[in-house]
Design a protein around this ligand. Structure first.
Ligand code: HEM
Length: 504
């Protein structure tokens, strides 16, 4: 018990807290715990929920065990589900709503689709992410969400996808390949994950906002990217730190918001000059109206830009990094992929939209198998708007969070069979029916299913195919590869590789 207090104290009470503030906090904490514990008892008695620590601390709840496992939380959740035979378990942390973790596709369908209005992002989550995501699509519910989704949906169609492949991905890929060629000449080791982030950033800035960045050629990371990545890894810890509001990294927030404002200024200038594309994402988002029918302010637009950059840049870059790592670990899979590439692409031309969609099932399977094991959004969470009972009989009181881990579900034998933890793209080719978004929630499901799924599949497979047919990639520090805790699932120390030109 003494040990657990020592382990978590740095998360709960910063050293600078004054005696008065500490006393006030103690009262609030005691009140909060009383409230939470009565609600917790209600849920536990309804279905005898499992607990993470097998008996929570009276004051700190499960803080000690969660803090101890924080850097490997996704595997910790998986282990918990293996122990509970996939039954839900409860996590209680001081000052935040209790969370019920679930691992069953029927429950995930209930949350994301059947009872969609009951399971919202919610006010508590919104508060945690407000300075980063503001009123952007990831952080809102109701009308504000619906109007952004409806307008943004206009650009995610087949006609645009074909143009993305022909124009944006091809030209950005040329830039990317020339950087790789330089590395292959020098034999220098480099961080491929970092390069993927630059590639997806450049591509999305062009597709979404009509801005050309060419950051893939820059040796250093742009200040925007440094700040954007740092915020994401800090922000996930807020739920563990009741004092987070007093340690906001406002400089980083300022950096990313200033970048967002520049994007908007640039767009307004091109609009005023009558040049540029009026149907790109930002032009569409400028038409989103709020509940009172007002057009968005510039600060709202900054929120939208940052949310879409998070969606369009980070998710795909992270997936590509894991795919290259898995191919490096599985030479036979790489061989099968190269065989498909050689069969379909008989000239030097880059793959077309139709080739990717219909003639390269193995490459698509590699992409999805990667996401099954390493979903770039590793965990989803919703706030419950009214008392409700889940399909398995678990009672969930209003105000609780329910959460599912795509990482854990992808590795669950009850869903994927005894070889669930193995990387086997072939499984996707043998399936009679593709898994539902609730068996495989890498792209979410129901009304809030990922808007960019088609674009991500296209971009991911395009880059994978183009890169592997031109270059041999060797991961140099294999044992250092592991995930970092962040909003997404990046590699903690990047992906250190060397590359060389592939022999024809
Ligand atoms: C491998 C790549 C991708 C994965 C795994 C992925 C996964 C997801 C997931 C899990 C969500 C739900 C997140 C939440 O509600 O908290 C989501 C939402 C979303 N994604 Fe993706 N995504 C990917 C790529 C993209 C791309 C390239 C775009 C293009 C802009 C995009 C746009 C969106 C949008 C706009 C939403 C919000 C949908 C809504 O709330 O209605 N995604 N995505």
């Amino acid at each position: 018990m003494t040990k657990s207090r020592r382990t978590t104290s740095h998360l709960l009470v910063p050293l600078t807290v004054t005696a008065t503030a500490a006393t006030a906090a103690a009262f609030i904490f005691a009140y909060a715990l009383k409230r939470e514990s009565s609600a917790t008892t209600k849920a536990v008695s309804a279905r005898n929920l499992h607990r993470v620590s097998g008996g929570a601390h009276l004051l700190l709840g499960d803080a000690a065990v969660i803090s101890k496992n924080f850097d490997r939380l996704h595997d910790f959740f998986l282990e918990m589900f293996e122990q509970t035979n996939n039954e839900p378990f409860l996590i209680a942390l001081p000052f935040v709503s209790p969370t019920i973790m679930v691992n069953d596709p029927a429950t995930v369908e209930f949350i994301l689709k059947t009872q969609f209005p009951v399971f919202q992002k919610g006010v508590k989550s919104r508060e945690l992410f407000q300075d980063f995501l503001g009123h952007g699509i990831f952080n809102v519910d109701g009308e504000r969400w619906k109007s952004q989704r409806k307008l943004a949906a206009n650009i995610f169609n087949v006609k645009n996808f074909k143009d993305f492949v022909n124009d944006v991905f091809s030209s950005e890929m040329n830039e990317f390949s020339s950087v790789l060629e330089t590395y292959s000449e020098t034999g220098e080791e480099f961080d491929l994950q970092d390069l993927f982030f630059k590639f997806t950033f450049d591509s999305f800035m062009e597709i979404g906002f009509g801005v050309q960045m060419k950051s893939v050629r820059a040796a250093e990371k742009a200040p925007f990217m440094v700040a954007f990545d740092a915020i994401q890894s800090r922000i996930v810890k807020r739920v563990m730190n009741s004092m987070w509001k007093y340690s906001i990294h406002s400089e980083q927030i300022k950096t990313i918001r200033e970048f967002g404002r520049l994007v908007i200024q640039e767009k307004r200038l091109t609009q005023a000059s009558g040049e540029g594309n009026e149907r790109d994402l930002l032009s569409l988002l400028m038409k989103v109206k709020d509940e009172e029918g007002n057009l968005p302010s510039d600060e709202d637009l900054v929120d939208y830009v940052l949310n879409f950059l998070l969606a369009g840049r980070d998710t795909t870059a992270v997936t590509l990094s894991w795919a290259i790592f898995l191919l490096h670990q599985h030479p036979q899979t790489l061989h099968a992929l190269l065989t498909e590439i050689k069969t379909v692409l008989t000239t030097d031309s880059a793959p077309t939209y139709d080739q990717i969609r219909t003639e390269m099932p193995y490459a698509n399977a590699v992409f999805h198998e990667t996401l099954r094991l390493y979903p770039s959004v590793p965990r989803g969470r919703k706030e419950v708007q009214k008392d409700i009972t889940l399909p398995d009989g678990t009672f969930v009181p209003k105000g609780y969070w329910v959460s599912w881990s795509g990482y854990s579900m992808g590795r669950t034998e009850a869903i994927w069979g005894p070889d669930a933890k193995e990387f086997k793209p072939e499984r996707w080719l043998k399936m009679e029916k593709q898994p539902s978004p609730f068996d495989y929630p890498a792209f979410n499901g129901g009304p809030r299913i990922c808007l960019g799924k088609g674009m991500a599949e296209l971009e991911g497979v395009f880059v994978l195919v183009e890169m592997m047919r031109q270059f041999e990639i060797t991961v140099v520090k294999e044992d250092e590869v592991g995930y970092g805790m962040s909003l997404l699932l990046p590699m903690k120390k990047g992906l250190r590789v060397k590359c060389s030109l592939r022999e024809a």
